[in-house]
Design a protein around this ligand. Structure first.
Ligand code: THU
Length: 140
């Protein structure tokens, strides 16, 4: 699958992040990289815990790193696993929160040596929940 250089760079960042995965329980290593609308790249890996439910996926680590650094708008994501897996439902919802244009937010799935698929976030999470209540502007 052909990628433009920007997308290839995102996949390489996700591959590099995967090396740091802490997955002694599942032995399933995941790397993720997100690119913001300002062109910054943030990465994450999955981090497991002896109390299994406390484990966190690579995609959410990448998104949370971006948000903690002040970013708010994600336009592309690359995920690297041994088998080119798709992101879990929880991560799709978290990505949705920070994707201003889900129909154009590109989700690239890759293995260690090839890109296997690309989707838009809107395709992966159709009819997503979005908060519609009215919070005072000062509270966000
Ligand atoms: N995992 C991710 O990092 N991303 C996903 O989208 C699905 C699963 C991690 C969580 C856990 O550490 C391991 O993969 C096995 O589920």
């Amino acid at each position: 699958m052909n990628l433009i250089p920007e997308e290839q760079a995102l996949v390489e960042a996700a591959r590099a992040a995967r090396v740091h995965a802490y997955a002694p329980y599942s032995r399933y290593m995941v790397g993720a990289a997100v690119r913001t609308t300002e062109g910054q790249i943030f990465t994450g890996c999955n981090i497991e815990n002896a109390s299994y439910g406390l484990s966190i996926c690579a995609e959410r680590v990448a998104v949370f790193c971006a948000v903690a650094a002040g970013a708010r708008a994600i336009e592309a994501v690359a995920i690297v696993t041994e088998d080119g897996a798709t992101p879990c439902g929880a991560c799709r919802q978290v990505l949705m929160e920070f994707a201003p244009d889900p129909a154009r937010c590109c989700v690239i799935l890759a293995t260690l040596d090839e890109v296997v698929a690309r989707y838009t976030l809107a395709t992966l999470l159709p009819q997503a929940f979005g908060f519609t209540g009215a919070a005072p502007e000062s509270s966000v």
